[in-house]
Design a protein. Sequence first.
Length: 190
Amino acid sequence: MRDRVYRGSRRPLHPPKAEWSLPLLFLKSVAGFSAGIYLPRWTHWVATGFGAGYAPAAPGTAGSLVGLVLVFLIHNRSLILYIAVALAVFAVGVYSADRVERATGEKDSRRIVIDEIAGMLVVGFLLPSAAGYLIGGFILFRVLDVIKPFPAGWIERNIVGGWGIMLDDTVAALYANLILQCMKIVLSAT
């Protein structure tokens, strides 16, 4: 019986355990990783938020926390840097999420959290640097990501691959940002 291989590669999807890397073995023991999917490429690490997607409970929330940390790190820097990082994360996310989805055969796997990281960058865009706004944005984004308001739900069902994975969370993040921008205007007027 032939092992499944990555598209365009001769490397098997499930190589012998002797080839597993130490970070993966550490991840397996700490995060309860048990699916047996080998992560040999950088695309898998990026798509899973450098392991946040393997959190035993609520991997989307873990990925959003990684995104929140990234927002805190770059939020007070230049606007050009913020936009460049957000676009780079989105572009790399489309590619890596597509590769992981093809390799695992799972549509929008729970382990893929790069979309949550990119979503948090959208949520934090042009918001005040007050922690209350960013934490409120985190909570609002998680709620909207679960609810999937139109067109996020439609995108999730109808657009396949990396684009579908990234765009549905981007729409939820845009809604969260819009709500927070409106709150900012109302609070500044009072």
